[in-house]
Design a protein around this ligand. Sequence first.
Ligand code: UGY
Ligand code: MN
Length: 253
Amino acid sequence: MGYPKDLLSSRSIIKRGNFALIPPEGLVKNTVPGFEQCDISILASPRLGAKFVDYVVTMHEGGKNARGFGEAGVETFVYCMEGRVKASADEQSFSLQEGGYLYCPPGVKLYLENEQAEDTRLFLYKQKYQPLEGSSLPWVVSGNVHDLEAVDYDDMANVKLKDLLPADLAFDMNFHILSFEPGGCHPFVETHYQEHGAIMLSGEGVYNLDNEWIPIKKGDYLYMGPYVPQATYAVGREPFAYLYSKDCNRDAT
Ligand code: UGY
Ligand code: MN
């Protein structure tokens, strides 16, 4: 017989369309067609107010998605948080380790296969692609964040930014990593049209969302809706870093 954990408190905060904090201890396993030998949890989705869908996936030994992920007109992205996965964009295959990622444009399906006997942990994303008249379609992109150049964020030497996808109008969104040294912070409280899904990769901080200060740490997931005021301070002993998506290169609709 199992015993309940703590039913008297929860760190989850859900403000539909505004922001949400989804900690790992509250996640449930979902069945998503195509994923076998995988524990998969849906994070932000249109039901929460997001235009995209985010997931965390733990692939066990033999874990795979052989059906292909991504419907017509949908772009997909996978990031390896731990382990090793074979990620394919149709016939083009990549072996992703920690920090490795693959973007598939609309019309290209994403196939996944755990390459090791141990578990592999992934962050997964999909969104309906917004074409731009007169522009070509985006293309398959793969890389590892450890090979990317980090730039100072807004001239702040203790905050670093990495862009994972090309700065090209063909792309309607990008993934970034922001990393704050302990004590590092945003230069101001941002308020913007774009939305974010963000998974905390390391460290801990205190996040201001809609003028509410919320403790946050590695493993937590944040949804930040359009216009939600947002800023963070890093605390603790190691850099506080997160991977996040941001829509770009399109006019407001
Ligand atoms: O790019 C961004 O909008 C980013 N600085 N937002 C955030 O970290 N909440
Ligand atoms: Mn932002």
